[in-house]
Design a protein around this ligand. Structure first.
Ligand code: HEM
Length: 470
């Protein structure tokens, strides 16, 4: 057996003839009849023509405006990194996030955003994240009880189960809180995703987009009212007992002071950051896990390799932070799952504030720019056989020539996901702990269709059957 790969595992033999067609990934142009209709129905951004997966830059025109879709890594770099000051998030995007999260990181720009991000960043650096390992392991241990009681082959709504777990992890790691009232209210507010209806590329177009956003803003404010009250109680308790503050994100937000010794953040600003982290920090990871279980259920050879690694490295123990360097294949499964089904399929639209040029294309002031991990991750010029689930494409030797920004599940540049290190560690530990103990298979008779509703979710949900492995 060849042992040349980074983690000592031999590559899987291709599952000849058995390769599943993954929902949302088939190219309708290559199909006929019912298969073509199905592929068309499943398309994630139905308004974007298939040709955009082959061209570096594509101008999408529609009634009321246009959006320049940038899928060339050099162009993405221009927008998100090199000339980032020229491409703020659009006012519409800011409004929708402000309606949900007030002045939380997702909805602000400029000096206010910079000041808050600086205060929060240390809670997300690799050292702090390593310190959250025990809280993640505890939450996973607490989770097993429920699945252990299922009858063999018992069925679960996997998205809801993963949300329950990741919500508890966020509450435990960021706020040292596992108070059921806050967790219950976050879960209730997020029941159907962020609940603002399917996100479409129409949302980035100036006129239509504004009308669509206006309708949503009012609905969201109503929906979050009860959760607001519970979060305010949590902040009050910390402010009254600053000595007891844990070294977690809430402790940092409450304890931050400016040079004059005054609190750096108002209670309202702290509330906005707490709600941002609660929501941005659990639903995305839960959906990433959901798609990971789905992909494993469709790829038995890769699932077997995962089980082999887990049995060898963990031997039945709960995985901890220290195991991560030895769980290389487990991590690659997560990486590849987030390539195939990126849970943030499109990042916030940007707008050019001055004329510019992106990869030789003139960009006029006011032009809306769309960057979509969904397009980049399936782009024909960037990936070999993009519709194939192949965790080994993330082996160092196979990643070598690939532009860094061909893969960006967490965005890029100064607005990159603040929680990316946490999310990767968390997802790897969840997968290791659960896949060691259970095997999940897709319940029969379901139509699995990816839907972009801010995050990428299975449109009709996903039911899976759970078997104990050990
Ligand atoms: C698999 C899990 C996750 C994915 C796929 C994801 C994806 C993203 C993406 C793509 C962005 C950038 C959006 C843009 O540029 O428009 C972002 C931003 C953000 N994410 Fe995540 N995220 C994940 C987990 C988390 C976690 C665990 C947290 C916190 C605990 C978090 C908090 C945030 C925040 C606060 C921002 C805004 C950052 C800023 O604008 O400064 N995310 N995320």
């Amino acid at each position: 057996m060849s042992m040349t790969l980074a983690d000592g595992l031999a590559p899987a033999a291709p599952t000849a003839g058995k390769r599943p067609v993954l929902p949302g990934l088939a190219d309708p142009r290559t199909l006929k009849g019912a298969a073509a209709r199905k592929a068309r129905k499943e398309r994630v951004f139905g308004n974007i023509p298939q040709i955009a997966f082959e061209q570096p830059i594509y101008l999408l025109r529609a009634l009321g405006g246009s959006a320049l879709i940038v899928s060339d890594p050099a162009g993405v770099k221009r927008v998100l990194i090199d000339n980032v000051a020229n491409y703020p998030k659009t006012e519409m995007e800011q409004r929708i996030f402000r309606a949900l999260f007030g002045n939380g990181l997702l909805g602000t720009d400029g000096e206010l955003w910079r000041r808050h991000r600086r205060i929060m960043a240390p809670a997300f650096d690799p050292r702090s994240v390593a310190g959250y390992g025990p809280a993640i392991s505890r939450a996973c241990d607490g989770f097993y009880g429920h699945w252990d009681q299922l009858p063999p082959g018992g069925e679960v709504d996997i998205g809801a189960e993963m949300s329950r777990l990741t919500l508890r992890i966020i509450a435990g790691t960021m706020f040292s809180a596992d108070s059921d009232d806050v967790i219950g209210l976050v879960a209730e507010s997020m029941k159907d995703g962020i609940g603002i209806g399917p996100f479409s590329i129409l949302d980035v177009l100036p006129v239509i987009g504004r009308m669509r956003m206006d309708r949503r803003v009012q609905q969201m404010a109503e929906r979050f009212r009860p959760l607001d009250a519970a979060i305010n109680r949590m902040i009050d308790a910390r402010q009254k007992d600053p000595q007891g503050s844990a070294a977690d994100l809430l402790g940092r937000l409450v304890g931050a002071h400016d040079e004059g010794g005054d609190a750096a953040l108002t209670s309202r600003e702290i509330r906005d950051q707490v709600i941002t982290i609660f929501i941005a920090g659990h639903e995305t990871t839960a959906q990433a896990m959901t798609w990971t279980w789905y992909l494993l259920s469709q790829h038995p050879a890769e699932e077997a390799r995962l089980h082999e690694e887990l049995d060898r490295v963990l031997g039945g123990r709960t995985p901890t932070q220290e195991d991560l360097p030895n769980l290389a294949f487990t991590r690659r499964v997560v990486e590849e799952s987030m390539r195939i089904y990126p849970t943030a399929p499109g990042i916030s639209a940007r707008v050019a504030v001055a004329d510019d040029e992106i990869c030789g294309v003139k960009v006029r002031k006011g032009q809306a720019i769309a960057i979509a991990p969904w397009l980049l991750h399936h782009h024909k010029t960037l990936w070999d056989d993009p519709a194939r689930f192949d965790p080994d494409r993330f082996l160092p030797e196979r990643s070598a020539g690939r532009p860094r920004l061909a893969y960006m599940p967490f965005g890029a540049g100064p607005r990159v996901c603040i929680g990316q290190v946490l999310a990767m560690n968390e997802a790897t530990l969840i997968l290791a702990g659960l896949a060691q103990r259970y095997r999940l298979s897709l319940s029969p008779g379901q139509d699995i269709v990816p839907l972009a509703n801010v995050t990428l979710r299975p449109k009709y949900g996903m039911r899976m059957m759970v078997e104990r492995r050990v």
